[in-house]
Design a protein around this ligand. Structure first.
Ligand code: ADP
Length: 486
């Protein structure tokens, strides 16, 4: 198997981490994992079934009872140490991520820093799980509100951010005093298992952070049918999110969902065009277009349309497509064949309906999972690329005349995760920010994700928030104590 040499070989694990032990599926079954840039198998992981998952839940339950009784400050210290170990191992974690996910190595290391920052943030937040007191409703009465950990929590995470989608859930959960069973995506289990290795090194008690791998359906069913699991946090597609939400109703599990998006990126006539292009590049091409907050529809006002398109196509010339391990590459293989075919489908549909290609080459499908960045103009809201997340490096520009028209098109989607717009008119900034139906609005800013801010969507983009103090609330129950007076 072709793997990069790691400084610490033990970070590459091919077993699950449960109850502080490295274990295989009871049946011995495994799943192969490949490198999306080459198609080569890079390793295999256990294929857990429902019974294996039940055992992991039981271990997480034991871990929970130890963890919740520790002080917030002890929990915070361990999270902080975990963050430090991520930093110390950034080269290895980045290499493992590029190997299984494909993203350029520099970007993978960037994700490790970003992911670690959630542990750092929540290490601090752990100490601030404040409650409140409320004046009593009767003489002598006292009302006290406390926050308690929800309990054993499950996380089902996607492949596009193999580290950060775990740490922003686990950081909040562990800070709140919950234990966790994490099921990473089949395509990217090794980053998750490397994080588990670091958790073990840090001395996080057995059963507090468990990582299990395998086919999603039986694992998902076991996690959502267990009365011990009190919370499910899921990041992935809206279809699977809906299904899991329904499954969570059995035991009325608390649920957080980070689902699909269809982000509009609006450039008004009064925008700083250089800033808008910079933001467009950051928002569209991060992870080769495979993020749920990637700009998916560009709406550009007539007065600046041609200049914006020219500047953007100029900026796109700096993109370099190749294997994520190659120096200087900033666009890499998409996760699999289906991802490539989706981009091709959107591209052909748009051209068939009258869009024009301004820059980039046609994704021809003959080149592994690689798709060159493409810029299209003359895009209209009926085209497929405006309805579905393309999840690839395809830019489609819609021309508009009036502000109201841009807002109407932007909101004409069942999704509402991120939206971006560029304007220097303060009145327009407030108007548009208020009118956009999305959980996150980037205003003259294309990079909106960070641990200090509440990330999450409205409409079919999800429920709940991750990051910030609100992220921790997702793993806490409010308890109110009513103390009667004499
Ligand atoms: P994508 O289309 O981006 O791969 P998915 O929603 O299919 O998104 O996957 C996100 C996560 O959900 C992955 O960890 C995947 O294994 C998991 N998943 C997919 N289907 C199910 C299911 N039926 N039950 C539980 N988890 C699932």
């Amino acid at each position: 198997m072709n793997r990069p040499k790691l400084n610490s070989a033990e970070l590459f694990r091919e077993s699950c981490f449960v109850g502080g032990e490295w274990i295989n599926a009871d049946s011995g079954a495994t799943l192969d994992v490949d490198n999306p840039a080459t198609g080569e198998v890079i390793g295999r992981v256990p294929n857990f079934n429902a019974k294996d998952t039940a055992m992991a839940i039981a271990e997480a339950d034991k871990g929970f009872h130890v963890w919740r009784d520790m002080t917030a400050s002890e929990r915070g210290d361990l999270l902080y140490r975990w963050y430090q170990l991520m930093e110390e191992n950034v080269d290895d974690l980045g290499a493992i991520m590029t190997l299984e996910q494909g993203k350029p190595l520099a970007e993978a290391k960037g994700e490790v820093h970003y992911a670690g920052a959630f542990f750092k943030w929540f290490a601090e937040e752990a100490r601030r799980a404040y409650g409140e007191t409320i004046p009593g409703a009767k003489p002598g009465q006292h009302i006290v509100v406390t926050r308690q950990p929800v309990g054993v929590s499950a996380a089902i995470t996607p492949w596009n951010f193999p580290a950060a989608m775990i740490t922003r859930k686990a950081g909040a959960a562990l800070a709140a005093g919950c234990s966790m069973v994490v099921k990473p995506a089949e395509a990217t289990p090794f980053t998750a298992l490397a994080l588990a290795h670091l958790a073990q090194k840090v001395g996080i008690p057995a059963g507090v952070f468990n990582v299990i791998t395998g086919q999603p359906q039986p694992i998902g069913e076991a996690l959502t049918s267990s009365p011990v699991v009190r919370k499910l946090s899921f990041t992935g597609s809206t279809g699977v999110g809906r299904k899991l939400m329904a499954q969570c109703s059995q035991n009325v599990q608390k649920v957080s969902l980070e689902l699909g998006g269809n982000a509009p990126f609006i450039v008004f006539d009064d925008a700083d065009l250089d800033k808008a292009v910079e933001g467009a590049m950051a928002s569209k091409f991060r992870n080769t277009g495979q993020t749920c907050v990637c700009a998916n529809r560009f709406l550009v006002q007539s007065g600046v349309h041609d200049r914006f398109v020219e500047k953007l196509s100029e900026a796109m010339k700096k993109l370099k497509l190749g294997d994520g391990f190659e120096e200087g590459v900033n666009q890499s293989a998409l996760i699999n064949r289906a991802a490539v075919e989706k981009v091709q489908r959107h591209y052909e549909d748009a051209l068939g309906k009258g869009a024009q290609r301004v820059a980039g080459s046609v994704p021809d499908g003959g080149n592994g999972n690689f798709v060159a960045p493409v810029l299209l103009t003359g895009v209209t809201p009926e085209m497929q690329l405006c309805h579905e997340e393309t999840f690839g490096p395809l830019v489609g520009v819609i021309r508009f005349d009036k502000e109201e028209e841009a807002i109407r098109i932007a909101n004409d989607t069942p999704y509402g995760l991120a939206a971006y717009f560029y304007s220097r008119d303060v009145h327009r900034v407030w108007r548009v920010a208020d009118a956009l139906e999305s959980g996150i609005v980037g205003i003259n800013e294309g990079a909106i994700s960070n641990p200090t801010a509440p990330f999450g969507g409205v409409k079919a983009s999800g429920l709940g928030r991750e990051g910030s103090r609100h992220g921790m609330e997702e793993y806490q129950e409010i308890k109110y104590l009513c103390m009667g007076g004499e």
